[in-house]
Design a protein around this ligand. Structure first.
Ligand SMILES: Cc1cc2nc3c(=O)[nH]c(=O)nc-3n(C[C@H](O)[C@H](O)[C@H](O)COP(=O)(O)OP(=O)(O)OC[C@H]3O[C@@H](n4cnc5c(N)ncnc54)[C@H](O)[C@@H]3O)c2cc1C
Length: 425
């Protein structure tokens, strides 16, 4: 903990990801209330630290049940004032859109800015310093363990008890179980029936040249499949730890980074909306992730497209043949067979979408291309909100990816602004 905390704050914000930051700035710039921003990690600020591609076009990142275009556009202007995006160029997009339309695929034109993993820390540190200058207290490496509903207080990992008038919970996706426990304590009902399941594709940039014209192409296929989070230049695949399983993800360094690896990666995700009797997206994602853990000896699976087409599993040797001319960037992925661990409905729809993508951008299904599995996005414990400011109970607000009010950096930040608006009045 950086310094001694007071016993009471007008507003406590839990989580310093973009949702928490958005709320902190809105409050600090518009009220004189005492504000404490708490983050359990040593460094602020959640998902902003990874890659940091910012999408500024509705509806990317904005769940439709919570956001109208007018509201999102209005708040995106405020987000820009803090993140100062340098927009990426988009060229020749019409050429790809024309090809896509012919086969029933939609390519969205999105305003985007990309910071890069190597530059994001500088951005975050600057934002935190600005908050401190605005008299926001920031407690890093400090975890909120539980909420006490009766006395409106939280207990920290060192046993400190802090009370508040208003609290904004913005714990992100990875801590969904913690959030569920707090909602149970508060007596708030929630549902989580949506989950995105998919693969991450890695290939040489020349096999997916669209990235030279459009940094992170948003492509929508039939069967609720879409491309997500494309990385190029110096692009890497990573393994993220969740409770009981790993999910893959991708990031890249800034355009100015002078040692590009010439690779591209992007996710192909299918959205699954579950109905009775299995209604928990998180549980469904966890079960699939755990199956991969079993089949890979505790990691994630990768398979070359050449092997997948032949119906044979990839092996270590596959990655040495002359057709397979680049090394996987995720070193601890295990060569295997996707069709053994992916539900057939998901695999069918994603493979169909990949074939459509290969029609629009010929080459992406080169035999050397690698498919990594699983990429799982368990977005939300959608709480029952009682007003438009994401209030769940008098004085309690829940926002961000963990609450299903966002699916990306800019929408998370906008959710913070909206929640703070409920306190500012
Ligand atoms: C590898 C990777 C790359 C990504 N790339 C992009 C991208 O390029 N563009 C994009 O739009 N989105 C991207 N995302 C998604 C994006 O990061 C999220 O949409 C966004 O960060 C959600 O913001 P949030 O504030 O809701 O949660 P988070 O950013 O997850 O922040 C939540 C914070 O709360 C803290 N916390 C949780 N529980 C507690 C507790 N009990 N006490 C104290 N602190 C707590 C966590 O440590 C965390 O720092 C990426 C995600 C990952 C993992």
């Amino acid at each position: 903990m950086e310094k001694r905390l007071r016993k009471h704050y007008d507003v406590i914000i839990v989580g310093s990801g973009p949702a928490g930051l958005g709320a902190a700035f809105k409050l600090a710039e518009n009220t004189n209330r005492s504000i404490l921003l708490i983050e359990k990690k040593k460094i602020s600020s959640g998902g902003l630290r990874n890659d940091c591609k910012q999408n500024y076009t509705y509806p990317v990142g904005f769940p439709l049940e919570h956001w109208s275009k007018e509201e999102a556009d209005l708040l995106l202007k405020e987000v820009k004032q803090h993140l100062h995006p340098r927009m990426e160029e988009r060229i020749h997009v019409e050429k790809y859109q024309k090809r896509a339309r012919k086969i029933g695929v939609d390519i969205l034109s999105i305003d985007q800015a990309h910071v890069g993993t190597d530059r994001s820390s500088a951005l975050i540190n600057a934002l935190v310093q600005q908050l401190k200058d605005l008299k926001v207290e920031v407690a890093l490496h400090t975890e909120v363990i539980l909420l006490d509903r009766a006395i409106k207080a939280i207990t920290l990992n060192d046993g400190t008890l802090l009370s508040f008038d208003d609290i904004i919970l913005a714990p992100g996706r990875a801590d969904y179980e913690w959030l569920q426990r707090q909602m149970d304590t508060l007596g708030i009902t929630y549902s989580d029936n949506i989950v995105d399941i998919g693969i991450r594709v890695e290939t040489r940039e020349e096999n997916y040249p669209i990235v030279r014209d459009y940094y992170d192409p948003k492509i929508l296929f039939p069967g609720k499949v879409r491309t997500f989070c494309t990385n190029s230049g110096s692009a890497h695949i990573v393994r993220e730890k969740y409770e009981g399983y790993y999910s893959v993800n991708g990031h890249s360094l800034s355009r100015d980074y002078n040692n590009p690896n010439g690779l591209v990666n992007f996710a192909m995700l299918k959205t699954i909306r579950l109905t009775e009797p299995v209604v928990s997206g998180q549980e469904f994602g966890k079960i699939l992730g755990q199956m991969v853990m079993q089949l890979s000896g505790g990691s994630v699976i990768m398979q070359r497209v050449g092997d997948f087409r032949l119906g044979s599993r990839s092996k270590k040797e596959t990655f040495n043949s002359d057709l397979y001319d680049f090394e996987p960037t995720l070193k601890n992925a295990v060569a295997g067979d996707l069709s053994l661990c992916m539900p057939s409905k998901i695999l069918r729809d994603i493979w169909k979408a990949l074939k459509m993508l290969d029609t629009i951008i010929p080459g992406v299904l080169h035999p050397s291309t690698i498919l990594y599995y699983p990429e799982i996005k368990t977005y939300s414990n959608k709480p029952s909100f009682i007003n438009d400011h994401f209030m769940v109970k008098e004085g309690y607000y829940i926002i961000g990816d963990g609450a299903g009010t966002s699916r990306g950096i800019t929408a998370a930040w906008a959710s913070g602004i909206r929640a703070a608006g409920g306190i500012v009045g």
